[in-house]
Design a protein around this ligand. Structure first.
Ligand code: C2E
Ligand code: MG
Ligand code: MG
Length: 705
């Protein structure tokens, strides 16, 4: 037999070979055939199930509807295929139920209708489906209640879904967000980040992207987030949407910024510190080396800061530094860096200058910020600043070199007199010595005879006779030549050295007067004025030492005049007045030096009651003649008059200046027009030579009360 399908056992074998269960029922619903798979699925043996109604395989709750179905089905038989047949439940012999898929296939033999039911065990598939549901459920839970703000984006960066944490983070509801373009809540400056990241992801350059961007909270706050954006793909690798999980790092950022700010800024003033300045300077120098940019560093040093600190204490000193920093900050350009270099020193880095004049203008601007006094702790404090400037416009300079050179230029500025700026030049470097070394040398100079007092004649402007002289200290340094008092006195003032030096000046000056006593000019005993520094004024020994020096020399105390500056008003006023009273009691007069430049307040003038005021040379020989200046000069002289004080003009350099002073009625004067300060020997000769030279009237001087 060639045709296997005609063999009587063919049907049996075929049925047994099928992996699904086969059950054939007749038109009354009685089971007439089952294959082995059907018995193993149901748990019935062939013998038990054959000739049973199909109902035994149907759970009781479905039986009613099944009967109706079956008869309708037999009437209008249609083939139903596996997979499209829907889900059935099969009742097994032991009463258990299993999910199955059933395909029904009717056929007719000899006018009798039959139905083949092919039964496929659907349990694994359904279990898989169920577990898929589970996964989705779990995922949804994980997404929605995750503490991390999360969302899904479509290809156009529109929100598909967001979780609560995200909504909370940017203060918008889910309804507001879904469908919204991310640009609607992204910080405008960060829109580019979103786009760039998107491009990198879509081009396949990266498989996921991590980046930081800023969102805008509904209330306007900026929220900084770290984002991890990854595409979700289907089995074929196509991107379905993007998953963004994020972390709010706003506070963390703020803290990091604060920490790095602390590491790079001066805690007192908030200005850049040395580390930051060094960094900026290094970059500026690198740019200069590459492109030839012109840059400058200005080193600023407050001239009178130490006195304030010593007198008022550090709290006031600190407050003053803060005010100074604030004023300097106001004139600092955006492209420049201002740094507190330490103590009372500041550094200003100016970049991309057009010309050296620009650096000069900058320095002028800095100097001008100090013209107004600072109001600290209810007191007005007048400060001055000296500036050293270094320029560069090419390669070959290091940061240390720049700062060293700025220091040398600063020293030069102080040397020339305070409150000015000086550019560094190469030949300065040769002269420069460290300030520390200079202090050491000054100590030695006092004992080796390098320090000497010189005397500048003071002239009665009406009679033109020499009525006294001011003692000014000179230091002829073995190596550096003349070191100006503005430099070495300031150095000495930084330590107790000033007390020794001050006593030296007093003793020498008193000695000098003893000479003149015997030579007496026009019968009036001349006087000497000696400069006292603030620190000496503080010295509890001052009055007794002066008393002692006077008594041992036998000098008439009224011939000694002590010059103090208005900075003594920095001291506790009660103490100041006490010292002044004791000096006056000795018979020694007080002159207020540099009047008009300092802390000048008229109330101090009446409080201190000096016998003499010395008008500062900036009023006498001003850099620029002005009506205002003339008026001031006149005002100071008449003020002195009205308070019965003697007025001495300092720094008379020309006949014209002398004439003007005479016109306004100034009593006395000194200046290069008459004579510079000179040694005692030179002074003797000078007095001899000029005896009567300026003589005129018989104006009588009374220098003490
Ligand atoms: P000062 O007390 O105001 O002295 C006047 C300064 O003006 C002196 O400078 C003097 O040489 C200078 N001068 C005099 N006439 C003219 C002039 O016509 N034109 C110009 N441009 N300047 C003139 P010097 O000697 O350099 O002293 C500077 C400052 O150093 C003094 O200012 C004083 O504050 C301080 N100093 C000098 N000697 C001593 C001292 O023995 N003890 C203390 N504590 N300070 C001193
Ligand atoms: Mg003086
Ligand atoms: Mg003076």
């Amino acid at each position: 037999m060639n045709r296997i399908d005609e063999h009587p056992r063919f049907g049996h074998h075929l049925s047994e070979a099928i992996v699904d269960g086969i059950v054939i029922v007749d038109e009354t619903g009685v089971i007439r055939h089952v294959n082995r798979r059907a018995t193993s699925l149901t748990g019935y043996s062939r013998e038990e199930i054959i000739d049973q109604d199909i109902d035994v395989l149907i759970p009781g709750r479905f039986r009613g509807s099944h009967v109706a179905h079956l008869s309708a089905y037999v009437e209008h038989s249609k083939t139903r295929h596996l997979g499209t047949s829907g889900n059935f439940t099969l009742q097994c012999r032991d009463g258990s139920e299993i999910d199955v898929d059933i395909a029904l296939s009717p056929f007719e033999i000899d006018d009798k209708k039959w139905v083949t039911a092919t039964i496929r065990d659907d349990r694994t598939h359904r279990a898989r489906e169920r577990s898929h549901d589970d996964v989705e459920q779990r995922f949804r839970l994980a997404f929605e209640s995750n503490m991390a703000p999360m969302m899904f984006h479509d290809h156009e960066n529109r929100v598909i879904a967001v979780n609560d944490a995200f909504c909370q983070m940017i203060g918008r509801s889910r309804d507001e967000l879904v469908g919204l373009d991310s640009s609607a809540y992204t910080h405008p400056e960060d829109l580019g980040i979103t786009e760039a990241t998107h491009d990198r992801l879509t081009s396949g350059e990266v498989s996921q992207a991590r980046y930081v961007k800023r969102y805008l909270h509904k209330d306007g706050r900026v929220v900084v987030v770290e984002v991890l954006k990854a595409p979700a793909r289907d089995a074929a690798g196509n991107t379905l949407y993007y998953v963004l999980s994020q972390r709010d790092i706003t506070e963390e950022r703020a803290l990091t910024e604060q920490l790095s700010h602390q590491a790079l800024h001066d805690p007192l003033t908030g200005l850049a510190n040395r580390a930051l300045f060094d960094d900026r300077l290094t970059q500026a120098l690198a740019r200069a080396a590459r492109f030839g940019d012109l840059g400058a560093v200005l080193l600023l040093d407050l001239d009178d800061f130490k006195g304030v600190n010593d007198t008022y204490g550090h709290v006031v000193g600190d407050q003053l530094l803060r005010s100074v920093a604030q004023r300097l900050e106001e004139i600092t350009r955006n492209s420049d860096t201002l740094c507190r270099f330490g103590g009372d020193e500041f550094l200003y880095l100016a970049e991309a200058l057009d010309s050296p004049e620009e650096a000069h203008d900058l320095a002028q601007r800095v100097l001008r910020t100090f013209t107004e006094p600072f109001s600290v702790a209810g007191t007005l404090l007048q400060l001055a600043v000296s500036i050293g400037i270094v320029l560069w416009d090419g390669p070959g300079t290091s940061t240390t070199e720049v700062i060293q050179n700025a220091d040398i230029a600063l020293y030069e500025a102080k040397r020339k007199g305070k409150s000015r700026s000086v550019f560094f030049t190469a030949n300065m470097q040769l002269k420069a010595t460290s300030r520390f070394a200079l202090t050491q040398q000054l100590r030695l100079a006092l004992h080796s005879g390098e320090l000497e007092m010189h005397y500048q004649p003071i002239i009665d402007l009406r009679t033109s006779e020499i009525v006294g002289f001011e003692a000014l200290m000179r230091w002829h340094h073995a190596e550096h030549g003349w070191v100006p008092p503005n430099v070495f006195i300031a150095l000495a003032e930084e330590s107790e050295l000033i007390l020794e030096i001050g006593m030296f000046a007093l003793r020498e000056s008193i000695k000098a007067l003893t000479w003149w006593d015997t030579t007496s000019v026009h019968g009036h005993p001349p006087f000497v004025t000696v400069n006292l520094s603030l620190r000496q004024f503080h010295d509890p020994e001052l009055v007794s030492t002066i008393a002692h020096a006077l008594s041992t020399s036998g000098l008439e105390p009224s011939r000694l005049i002590l010059e103090i500056t208005e900075s003594v008003t920095l001291l506790e006023i009660g103490e100041t007045l006490n010292v002044i009273e004791r000096l006056k009691a000795l018979g020694v007069a007080i002159a207020l030096d540099d009047f008009g430049t300092g802390y000048s307040s008229l109330s101090y003038l009446t409080l201190l009651q000096p016998r003499i005021i010395k008008i500062d040379q900036s009023f006498v020989s001003p850099m620029h003649e002005s009506v205002q200046n003339n008026t001031l000069l006149e005002a100071i002289v008449s003020l002195g008059r009205n308070l019965s004080m003697i007025v001495i003009a300092e720094g008379i350099e020309s006949q014209a200046q002398l004439e003007r002073l005479r016109q306004v009625g100034c009593d006395l004067g000194q200046g290069y027009f008459f004579a510079r300060a000179m040694t005692i020997e030179e002074l003797k000769a000078f007095v001899e030579e000029n005896r009567g030279r300026w003589a005129g009237s018989n104006y009588q001087l009374r220098l003490t009360d």
